[in-house]
Design a protein around this ligand. Structure first.
Ligand code: SAH
Ligand code: DHB
Ligand code: MG
Length: 223
């Protein structure tokens, strides 16, 4: 028996009570849907979790890997102070275009930049350029890329920075050591990498909700 209807109802309840109507985000979702983008953005209450983590972190510089239509980027960018910036990386130029429109409509055009291209290339270029460290990194692109994105995130952060990875459970598949799913292999490799990495302290948690049964990894870069 699937508990998905219950998970949906609870997410709807929490979002109604604690997120509330938000015309800017609703417009962003409608525009992404109208453009035919996949409906895989974080849920409203998850977006608010990202927002709260960015606020708690006092983040001034945020990096996102995997923009889609800019839904999570709007939540994250709204946590920035006046002089803060968000950079979000997106492979698909059509997704990037929708996200730029949505961020502009959210009044965040001056704060958030969408960079089109392969995230691996954009991240390598940022390292090469020696940019200022990011205070928070949200990794939510192709899952086979997770180990590389995490390694790059470590090069682009400082002690005290927070790295968050989405979709690390995927219905429980992450526990299957024999999985041949490249997404599972990538996320298991991510966990092995983190386990062997003294520069971070991390945990992963399972979630249920409107996005099914999934989870997040949170990793804090150590001093
Ligand atoms: N963070 C978004 C959802 C991202 S969905 C939100 O919650 O609102 C994953 C996105 O990663 C998709 O838009 C997909 O096009 C993008 N992506 C996939 N492979 C990529 C790659 N190699 N480099 C950059 N982006 C990639
Ligand atoms: C998929 C990707 C995501 O980032 C997500 O949150 C849910 C699903 C996907 O590729 O199916
Ligand atoms: Mg995701």
């Amino acid at each position: 028996m699937s508990l998905q209807p219950t998970w949906d109802a609870v997410d709807a309840y929490f979002s109604e009570q604690l997120v509330g109507p938000d015309p800017v985000l609703e417009r962003a979702t409608a525009a992404a849907d109208a453009a035919g983008l996949p409906k895989i953005a974080v849920a409203p209450n998850q977006g608010k979790l990202l927002h709260l983590l960015a606020l708690t972190q006092g983040a001034k510089r945020i990096l996102e890997v995997g923009t889609l239509g800019g839904y999570s980027a709007i939540w994250l960018a709204r946590a920035l102070p006046g002089d803060g910036t968000l950079l979000t990386l997106e492979l698909n130029p059509r997704h990037a275009e929708v996200a730029r429109d949505n961020l502009a409509a959210a009044g965040l055009a001056g704060v958030a930049e969408v960079r089109a291209g392969r995230a691996a290339d954009s991240l390598a270029a940022l390292v090469e350029q020696g940019v200022e460290p990011f205070d928070l990194v949200f990794i939510d692109a192709d899952k086979p890329g997770n180990p590389e994105y995490f390694r790059r995130a470590l090069q682009l952060t400082r002690p005290g920075s927070l790295i968050i990875v989405d979709n690390v459970v995927r219905g429980g598949a992450v526990a299957d050591a024999n999985s041949t799913d490249p997404a599972v292999i990538g996320t298991r490799a991510l966990h092995e990498l983190i386990a062997a990495e003294p520069r971070v302290t991390a945990t992963s948690v399972q979630t249920v909700g409107s996005k099914g049964y999934d989870g997040f990894t949170l990793a804090r870069v150590q001093g």
